[in-house]
Design a binder for this molecule. Structure first.
Ligand SMILES: [Zn+2]
Length: 392
């Protein structure tokens, strides 16, 4: 952004994190790659800029309908920051934000229109920082203790561990800090890990194993180390009665009514990306009889789904087949037309909310399904109860 000081830019970047933009994914709302004219490099590659309009619209509609129809009850609207990093609702849940909520309705932009029917992966997101002793790499390496050696040993251990975990487990890392120059023994190095699985119990087991590997790497390299668990989530629980109620409403409302100009825009983008130029898919997908296989990826909605019966809606907001979390989805979500997705979401969420307020049988069935899927186990936060959110 022209004229912004480094301090001002830093504040803007912090806002980008909270507003859930994705770094490096910024694009003008055009069907080809074009950097944002305002100079901001991040963009809404996941469509989180549409959340607010859809959910606020639904909450206002429910509140008005309750007054109009004289229906008792309470509607709560949750604005949740930092969802992209799977952080916001984990800390909100820890603070008791969702206690006493009977049911939760959620929506998310997507390249198809459907009621979510697949679980997600449980996950722990953590960093390990190693601290050693700097020295000249050639003159007196014996005085040095390399933090980078510790990171490399930890990663080597984790890569050997891979052979002995379930096929459902995913372990990935990056090295944000690995020393400054080859002629200095690195005194500080940091590695950042995600460990995921469809089962929370596997995540916990493998997390403990990785911490043992970190410990062993520190011992072997004569360095100190510190683990920071940034966030953790369960796998998303589906709720069949709520899914069926939402599906009926979604079919009644229908997919988003995008103008022809947006469809043409989408086909142009698809042609440029060398994918089928079919435009945006506005058909409502049927709800399969059973749950479809868990998706790769994690969501902080999962924590809410363990606390209270939860259902999620997905509405088309970008052309079919374009890569998600990319410049292409940022471009789509920046158009004025994408708001039609939020409009459909507001309608379907509002109708499902009214069903819950007027049909005690639906809420009871949702509670029963929730009891079944949690098997009576109370929700336990993946992170320590007193841990403060990692606000930049
Ligand atoms: Zn998202």
């Amino acid at each position: 952004m022209a004229g912004a000081s480094p301090a001002e830019m830093s504040a803007l970047e912090a806002l980008d994190d909270l507003a859930d933009e994705i770094r490096g994914m910024g694009n003008e709302p055009v069907p080809h790659r074009a950097a944002r004219a305002d100079g901001i490099t991040s963009g809404h590659g996941c469509g989180h800029n549409l959340f607010g309009a859809g959910s606020v619209g639904a909450a206002i509609a429910i509140k008005r309908a309750m007054a109009d129809q004289d229906i008792a009850g309470e509607v709560r609207l949750f604005g949740t920051p930092a969802e992209e990093t799977v952080v916001g609702k984990v800390y909100m849940a820890n603070a008791g934000a969702f206690d006493g909520v009977d049911a939760t309705l959620v929506w998310h932009p997507m390249t198809e229109t459907r009621v979510t029917n697949a679980s997600t992966q449980a996950m722990n997101n953590f960093t390990v920082e190693f601290r050693g002793q700097a020295a000249h790499s050639a003159a007196d390496p014996w005085n040095g203790r390399s933090a980078l050696d510790a990171v490399e040993m930890m990663n080597y251990g984790a890569n050997l561990m891979r052979e002995h975990v379930q096929p459902s487990t995913r372990i990935h890392y990056v090295i944000p800090n690995a020393g400054e120059a080859p002629n200095v023994v690195p005194e500080y190095a940091k590695v950042w890990y995600y460990v995921r699985d469809t089962l929370r119990t596997n995540v916990e087991e493998h997390y403990a194993w990785l911490l043992d590997i970190a410990d062993a790497a520190a011992q072997a390299t004569r360095t100190e180390h510190e683990v920071s668990l940034i966030t953790g989530v369960h796998a998303l629980l589906l709720n069949r009665p709520l899914q069926e109620a939402m599906q009926a409403n979604l079919e009644a409302v229908g997919g988003p009514n995008f103008p022809d100009v947006f469809q043409a825009w989408g086909r142009e983008m698809q042609t440029g990306l060398d994918i089928d130029p079919v435009g945006l898919d506005v058909e409502v997908q049927p709800l399969a009889l059973g749950a479809t296989p868990a998706q790769g990826g994690s969501t902080d909605v999962a924590e809410v789904s363990w606390i209270t019966p939860t259902v999620q809606l997905e509405i088309t907001s970008a052309p079919k087949g374009v890569p998600w979390h990319s410049w292409a989805t940022s471009a789509s979500h920046g158009t004025e037309w994408a708001a039609a997705a939020a409009d459909v979401a507001a309608r379907v969420l509002a109708m499902t909310g009214m069903d819950l307020l007027t049909d005690p049988g639906l809420l009871e069935a949702a509670r029963e399904a929730h009891r079944e899927s949690t098997q009576g186990r109370p929700w336990r936060s993946p992170i320590p109860a007193d841990q403060k959110p990692p606000i930049p």
